[in-house]
Design a protein around this ligand. Sequence first.
Ligand code: NDP
Length: 251
Amino acid sequence: MTSLNGRTAVITGASSGIGAATAELLAANGAAVALLARRKDRLDALAAKITAAGGTALAVPVDITDAADLEAKAALIENELGPAGIVFANAGIMLPAPIEELAVDQWRHQIDLNVTAKLSTIGAFVPQLVRAAARDGVADLVNTSSIAAQNIFVNFAVYSATKAFVTHLSRHMRAELGQKGVRVSAVEPGITTTELQGHVTDPGAVAWLAGVRESMELLTPEDIARTVAFVVSQPRHVNLQQVTVMPTQEV
Ligand code: NDP
């Protein structure tokens, strides 16, 4: 794997699952990592683990739905670690339920985090990515989307629509920011063993997810971390626009 020495990586959703595993791998490959999420204890523990292994990590507790605080934290990160040359905009929530249940609070939660906070993250860090690309010749914005952006899952309409937004947004931003040396990629994981499913409250969806878990070997957060590390380690003229990672047995 190409060394990421000299690059600063910002990871949202770094307190668990895909974000935590990716932070650890990017740091092992030489990036200085800024770890963003709300659970400070988790971030502190991960930062300590990365530092003990010889890496550089900064724990940055923040609720990314607070755009003003996110802007302040972006400035703090640039002061401490220099401009972000990699942004893994990864935090998200999945709350499936039949549309007829009108789970309006859950719809809003998914849109606030998966769409609006994603845009706040992009807004807060794109100026740094442009500065890093001007300095290094390349920078990367990697957005976590989902296989749900492509496939149909009954009762996942709102979640899937937020992820379709992320994939389509990424394609458009790639065309725009590529001119400035900033690559944009959407990574679309299939079902991955993390805490994501633990937030689901709809009994039908809980049962469906349990059945899926029993029926196949799922992806691990480390599988997605390797994908992200691969994406950001390409030669500067290569932009992996969209990478879909599926469990071998998932249809
Ligand atoms: P996790 O639940 O383990 O991770 C979600 C992360 O988002 C946590 O670190 C959480 O930290 C953070 N987060 C949630 N709300 C906020 C907030 N308001 N401000 C800051 N951080 C927040 O799940 P995954 O690792 O699976 O999810 C990562 C991404 O992968 C998501 O976008 C998800 O949609 C996507 N994905 C996951 C799949 C899967 O099967 N697991 C499949 C396809 C896509 P904290 O609570 O500390 O704030």
